[in-house]
Design a protein around this ligand. Structure first.
Ligand code: CMX
Length: 134
């Protein structure tokens, strides 16, 4: 079952620049900054009450986030929902005709299993599912 929103991903050209608004002005707490080489991004995780905002800065020209910013500019990039039994859920979604970017869970930050669903199957929203590590 879907347990809630884990985080909201926002594509930015520069974490250092974006932090001036999100942290210094709006007041979200910076939890950590880490590189995610598999996705060719650097991420800043910001605490927003029960959930988290993830600023995504591309680290290579062929990063999906670089492509997104080139095409659409900075802005909302994806929404991540927490789920259990991710592998089973992906099979069920595939059977239901959903276009899966990841057919099997991949390793995400902090040992979580993650998988993306294509925005064409989700009314224009890139959806990420994550199953937190126990
Ligand atoms: N949200 C909504 N729509 C999106 C989108 C996004 N984030 N990214 C792309 N699209 C749309 C495009 O606008 C385009 O629509 P049209 O065909 O109507 O023009 C369509 O999807 C195809 O886009 P594209 O620019 O040709 O890009 P690709 O098909 O090469 O890649 C996607 C799109 C979603 C498959 C790719 O970005 C992907 O695999 N994403 C998952 C991985 C990822 O985003 N990683 C970064 C975050 C990692 C992290 O959180 O750690």
């Amino acid at each position: 079952m879907i347990k809630g929103i884990d985080h909201i991903g926002i594509a930015v050209k520069s974490i250092a620049e974006a932090k001036k608004f999100w942290v210094d002005t709006l007041g979200l707490e910076l939890l950590r900054i880490e590189d995610v080489p598999e996705q060719k991004v650097r991420v800043a995780m910001l605490k927003a009450g029960e959930t988290t905002v993830e600023l995504l800065e591309p680290t290579a020209p062929d990063s999906p986030v670089h492509k997104f910013i080139e095409k659409r500019g900075e802005g909302l990039h994806h929404v991540t929902f927490q789920t259990d039994k991710l592998a089973e859920r992906l099979k069920a979604l595939k059977t239901a005709g959903v276009n899966l970017i990841d057919e099997r869970p991949r390793a995400g930050a902090s040992g979580a299993g993650i998988a993306f669903l294509h925005p064409k199957s989700a009314h224009g929203v890139l959806v990420e599912l994550c199953e937190p590590h126990d």
